[in-house]
Design a protein around this ligand. Structure first.
Ligand SMILES: [Zn+2]
Length: 373
């Protein structure tokens, strides 16, 4: 039997890689229906919250649905139970199933929808196509007795601190003297209550992206021998890593546009897709953006892409793209279904590490509204 957890803990774990701050403005992400203040044992991961998906959640006795597309996208004007949207909310509340939406924040996140799409297409050397969020850097300086220097340094590096570009485990140490007077009620690791102590200590400095602060500090605290470790955290003005929407990467070998489009069709198991451009043109560099990426087509071209894979492409925008020499492959939104297995697997692994009693299941339903005749 693992540890029982509540909805807040599940979402906190999810937001450790897909925090809300990554979302575009006005994207209605987060808890949309129900509450998180309850035990959660089963989670259904879905692309869309349609009525069939809610039925699937009821059937498997899920406590929570993590969905990519927010079911309440525009403010509701009414909650009539004779409408599908009303019935969905009614069923969710009657069965105490919460719905949490992670939309553009999951698109931006590392290992999120766009990375999953790029991986599925087999893209190499991928980079962000449209930067939207700078992951700010922080510096930690911690004072450690010399006996525990390497232990604390190890713990910090294992928590992900000290990564600069392609370098990892970067840190700096300097030696000095620490002084302290243990007061009433203390149980000092070194020295005794009421006696001024001097200890050979070192100051370890390292940097980390803001989003892993909690993990870094708790790893440091665990490895540090003192009851009250002395440490400072500094915000930095250095340029942090840019995260964002879409990915640009290269195929292993050059394909024609026709071969590439068929590759997309096969990878995502689609009945059909739309292609714009000369079917014989060579494709090596690929831009992909989950969802509706119309407004970013010039960034795809600017990043050197031969083809841009995105959903809901407009007729006239396709003309503009073709005139620019950019080919378009539009497989719709349903390719974002890769998030179901991706998120379920990742959450399953993270919660297993923590010894949680919880199951994550990818929804088995196909919610693509379109068919091809
Ligand atoms: Zn979408």
């Amino acid at each position: 039997m693992g540890k029982q957890v509540n909805g807040h803990e599940v979402i906190q774990l999810f937001e450790s890689f897909s925090p809300k701050k990554y979302a575009m403005e006005d994207d209605p992400i987060g808890l949309q229906v129900g509450q998180l203040n309850k035990p959660v044992k089963k989670v259904l991961v879905a692309l869309d919250v349609l009525e069939e998906v809610v039925d699937e959640a009821i059937e498997m006795r899920a406590d929570l649905i993590i969905a990519h597309h927010p079911p309440i996208f525009r403010p509701l004007k009414k909650l009539a139970l004779d409408s599908a949207s009303g019935r969905i909310i009614e069923k969710l509340i009657k069965h105490d199933i919460a719905v949490y939406a992670a939309h553009t924040n999951l698109d931006v996140a590392k290992g999120g929808v766009n990375d999953l799409l790029a991986d599925a297409l087999g893209l190499k050397d991928t980079k962000v196509m449209v930067p939207t969020f700078e992951e700010k850097l922080k510096k930690l300086a911690v004072f450690v007795p010399e006996s525990h220097e390497s232990e604390v340094r190890e713990a910090l590096a294992n928590a992900g601190a000290g990564a600069i570009g392609a370098y990892s485990r970067c840190s700096f140490s300097s030696n000095g003297t620490g002084r302290f007077l243990p007061g009433e009620g203390t149980d000092p690791y070194i020295g005794a209550k009421g006696k001024l102590e001097e200890v050979k200590e070192c100051r370890i400095e390292t940097i980390f992206p803001e989003n892993i602060e909690r993990k870094v500090i708790s790893a440091m605290m665990k490895a540090h021998p003192y009851e009250e470790p002395a440490y400072d955290i500094f915000p930095l003005d250095n340029q942090g890593e840019m995260l964002g929407l879409g990915r640009v990467g290269s195929l292993d070998k050059e394909l024609s546009l026709k071969e590439f489009a068929l590759h997309v069709k096969e990878v995502f198991d689609l009945e059909g897709l739309r292609v714009a451009g000369d079917l014989s043109s060579p494709i090596k560099k690929v831009a992909v953006l989950g969802g509706d990426g119309n407004k970013y087509f010039s960034q795809a071209k600017f990043n050197g892409a031969d083809v841009y894979v995105t959903g809901d492409f407009y007729y006239h925008t396709a003309h503009d793209a073709m005139m620019m020499g950019l080919n378009i492959v539009d497989p719709g939104h349903n390719v974002e279904k890769v998030m179901k297995a991706g998120v379920a697997k990742r959450m399953e692994a993270l919660s297993k590490e923590l010894g949680w009693e919880i199951e994550f299941t990818a929804s088995e339903l196909n919610t693509d509204p379109f068919q091809f005749l």
